[in-house]
Design a protein around this ligand. Sequence first.
Ligand SMILES: [Fe+2]
Ligand SMILES: [Fe+2]
Length: 317
Amino acid sequence: MDQKNIIEDNGQREIEFDAKIASGKTIEPKDWMPERYRKQLLRMMSQHAHSEVIGMLPEGNWITRAPSLARKAILIAKVQDEAGHGLYIYSGAETLGMNRSEMNELLMSGKAKYSSIFNYPTLSWADMGAIGWLVDGAAIVNQTVLAKCSYGPYARAMIRICKEENFHNKQGYQIMAYLMRGTDEQKAMAQDAMNRFWWPTLMMFGPSDKNSPNSGDLLKWKVKLNTNDDLRQRFVDRTIPQAETIGLTIPDKDLTWNSETRHYDFGEIDWAEFNEVISGNGPCNKMRLKQRNDAHKNGQWVRDAATAYSSKRAKVA
Ligand SMILES: [Fe+2]
Ligand SMILES: [Fe+2]
């Protein structure tokens, strides 16, 4: 086929592709898709998978120091779920033509991004509450929408993940509620975690709409169904009453209920801080990358054992 026919053919395919998305059908791995759609999805899904995996590090920090056996068991289960989320999403992302070890290479070399929130330190037990409640809460807002996105493997992975995120969110809120019924020191610890995690959680929804370079295409293709600012607002609206119920203060002097819009108005995010963190200069970026690289190196024997075991089984068969 000559160049002109290829262009015409792709043009026709793109019209059919757009029509399929408009009709609410999902795009599946073997379907034709525009190269930009594939690339954007691969970027989003791999970043998402990396975030699940890197997200285990700040919480893993507290497994050995959880205040009771029950709390330890819950935290281990939660961290293990995050590994599973990484696995589903990497598997989904592989259907777009890049294998997992390549994606992992990009993560370990610092070329691929992951959620900015995991570049903040976890300084107290209350941070486990703040992460479960706020960070997983923000993830639910994002992922509930992604469960209806146009790429089938991504949407289906999100359905199961959202169910587990709800458990994460509740265990985090329960930690916070418990501390807020405790001693003055426990209340102060919970409030301090809230103060440190509130703004970085709002940053998780990404740049504001006026500054979000990829949103246009993603909305058109129904990879995203809402803008960053819409989702951020949704998170704020659902979280403020939860904070008030247990007596936590939101660290935002501009926060007010707007009876006209029926939403909370909130202060301006420190975008300079956000940009610093996503460009690698947050409080823990270097530490997280090193931890991830070390974990990969230390896990070499597991990969070797798994490979040896599968080749032995192949011989038997
Ligand atoms: Fe997760
Ligand atoms: Fe989670």
